[in-house]
Design a protein around this ligand. Structure first.
Ligand code: F6R
Length: 610
């Protein structure tokens, strides 16, 4: 939700800011803006526009900013105030001496704004953000860091901020609480950014600013302080991935690239996590004997990560006998869940910054639960909140629709289930080894499916005219149906619903006619025949059936109009396998319909507001 970047150094700020901002566009694309302090001048030059970064570039071509080596830039996902020029960041105070960019929400902005208006401050936007600029203007008496410190103490909510002032054009002030912010540490230059990819062209050394910390960046120095003004010494990390990881590398879209990366993601995880036939989960700081005291597990997550949690429940319950409840984080936090010190919470999040997931885990921890998180982004807020972190190391996911992160999350949940099964002795060592052997086959099977992706492409094109899709699955593949439907609707805007196949006759069957298509996730599992009965019920009502089935299944061809096959695999692992054709189907339909698959409307990659 909103991307911010700031630069101070010896180079021209504008091109660096625009290039960096492009890497943050996945965070929002409602409007974009930039502000630079022209060298030797006493003012701040700003350009902004409704729309995407490409629109900002067109504005800058017509109205270039004067040359300067310090500046801020922003790409917006609108919260307060419609997405237009007036509400685009950066925002000024009254005197236009202070300029700010913000990611997050100021919850008490209405009260603050009323006070500021009463003091004759003039507002130029409808945003919550603008109050911060006016507060800094009020608090300034010669030291920008001190003015920002005083101002942020008046704010309630989540915010990552970048602030510059033409009074002190030799520094950027950065603030973080509740929204991510990193500092890129360079040679005679420094950056702030919402995410690491924005600075990777220039440096791979980063500081992950902590909540409640702020920093002053000059060309040659980064100083970090607490909101109380105490100096802190943050660690400087070397980033493990390089700039190629955040480029399309010849693929038409990031989503397609990330789908193709999946076999490598799984292979890498297995190589790292499996020591022979034993599961090693470094980062799982809770000892196996402690798990024996666990009476209940809650899995909390949002969106795709929630679907991963639903798959994980089947495995963890089967492998441990501990009851597992899976909750959407946005609901969990308000429903007064029963939690005590014998409760384990597993939070799943690609970004580790999802506001609802963070709020849910804070609530659970306050009630005494232990917390393990499954997270992709290293150093994220969720990771820092957790007792133990299992990083998926899937690499940066730029496409707004989650693909490789989902597959990595379910793979990690399977490994976690297997690891816990060692303490619970629910399955024999031989059985566990058999599961691990099957798991190791998955990357190769993914490559097989990717080699045959043309078939999926053809089926997608053929069926892309349907105005509504129903996705059905049973048991462990019910979450696969939910995830398939989510992928399709979010990138193609076609209404799509995921349902357990057995529930169809309790309502959704009313949708079925010759104008709707039903995707049936029907690999060879113990419930295969029941799925076939459901397919027949659909056919009897003239519904169009597209089945995801196991290779060599001859009978499905008699029942379905189109069949996409996946190789045979142990039943438990089928959600891992069917995820791939479901992603490709959604991708090809959306591309065929001309949709912007990497930046679907109204969405943002990292949902840092409630
Ligand atoms: C869908 C998608 C979202 C995210 C959700 C949670 O493709 O990407 O539903 O899964 O917003 O995000 P994280 O995993 O970052 O907490």
């Amino acid at each position: 939700m909103c991307g911010i970047i700031g630069y101070i150094g010896n180079r021209e700020a504008q091109p660096l800011l625009i290039e960096g901002l492009k890497k943050l566009e996945y965070r929002g694309y409602d409007s974009a803006g930039i502000g630079v302090i022209p060298t030797g001048k006493q003012h701040i030059a700003v350009q902004k526009t409704e729309g995407k970064i490409i629109d900002l570039i067109s504005v800058l071509e017509k109205h270039p900013l004067a040359s300067g080596c310090i500046g801020l830039s922003h790409t917006r996902w609108a919260t307060h105030g419609v997405p237009n020029h007036r509400n685009a960041h950066p925002h000024f105070d009254c005197s236009k001496k202070f300029l700010i960019v913000h990611n997050g929400i100021i919850e008490n902005y209405e009260a603050l704004k009323a006070k500021l208006v009463a003091q004759k401050h003039v507002f130029r936007s409808d945003t919550d953000t603008e109050v911060i600029a006016h507060l800094i203007e009020d608090c300034y008496s010669g030291d920008l860091l001190e003015a920002v410190r005083k101002a942020v103490k008046l704010l309630r909510g989540a915010f990552a901020l970048g602030v510059i002032s033409s009074y002190q054009p030799d520094q950027i002030i950065a603030v973080r609480t509740g929204s991510p912010l990193i500092i890129g540490v360079g040679q005679h230059e420094n950056f702030i950014a919402s995410d690491v990819p924005a600075v990777l062209d220039s440096t791979n050394r980063v500081i992950y600013l902590e909540d409640g910390h702020m920093a002053r960046l000059t060309r040659d120095r980064v100083e970090v302080f607490s909101f109380e003004g105490e100096r802190v010494s943050p660690a400087v990390h070397k980033v493990a991935f390089n700039i190629e990881a955040v480029q399309k590398q010849g693929y038409a879209h990031f989503m397609l690239k990330e789908i193709h990366e999946q076999p490598d993601v799984i292979e890498r995880m297995l190589k790292f996590r499996l020591k022979g036939m034993a599961v090693g989960l470094d980062g799982l700081t809770i000892l196996p004997e402690h798990f024996k005291r666990v009476k209940h597990i809650y899995i909390v997550a949002c969106g795709t990560a929630y679907h991963a949690g639903l798959v994980g429940r089947y495995w963890i319950e089967a492998l441990t006998t501990i009851p597992v409840t899976v909750d959407m984080a946005s609901e969990f936090r308000y429903r007064n869940p029963i939690i005590d010190k014998n409760t384990l919470v597993i939070a799943i999040s690609q970004s580790g910054e999802t506001a609802d997931t963070l709020a849910a885990v804070k609530e659970a921890r306050a009630r005494g639960a232990k917390l393990i998180s499954i997270c992709n982004v290293v150093g994220s807020s969720l990771a820092r909140e957790s007792d133990g972190v299992l990083y998926t190391h899937a690499g940066p996911e730029i496409g707004v629709a989650s693909t490789k992160a989902y597959v990595a999350q379910i793979c990690m949940l399977y490994l976690l289930g297997l690891k816990l099964s060692q303490s619970f002795k629910k399955i024999s060592t031989k059985q566990r080894q058999q599961y691990i052997k099957e798991l190791k086959r998955v990357p190769g099977l993914y490559r097989d499916i990717l080699h045959r992706k043309k078939v999926i492409h053809r089926i997608a094109r053929k069926n892309s005219h349907f105005g509504c899709f129903l996705f059905l699955g049973r048991n462990i593949n019910f979450p696969s149906a939910l995830e398939g439907a989510l992928k399709l609707k979010e990138i193609s805007y076609i209404p799509a619903e995921g349902y357990p196949a057995g529930e169809m006759k309790h309502g959704p069957i009313a949708l079925i006619d010759e104008y709707r298509a039903v995707i049936c996730v029907a690999p060879q599992t113990s419930l295969y025949e029941k799925m076939i009965s459901n397919i027949q019920e659909i056919r009897a009502r003239k519904g169009k059936v597209i089945a995801i089935a196991t290779e060599g299944d001859l009978s499905i061809k008699k029942h379905a109009h189109d069949v996409i096959t996946v190789p045979p695999l142990e039943e438990n692992l089928t959600p891992l396998l069917v995820a791939l054709p479901l992603q490709l189907l959604a991708y090809y339909i959306a591309v065929h319909l001309g949709c912007n698959v990497d930046q679907p409307r109204n969405l943002a990659k990292s949902v840092t507001v409630e």
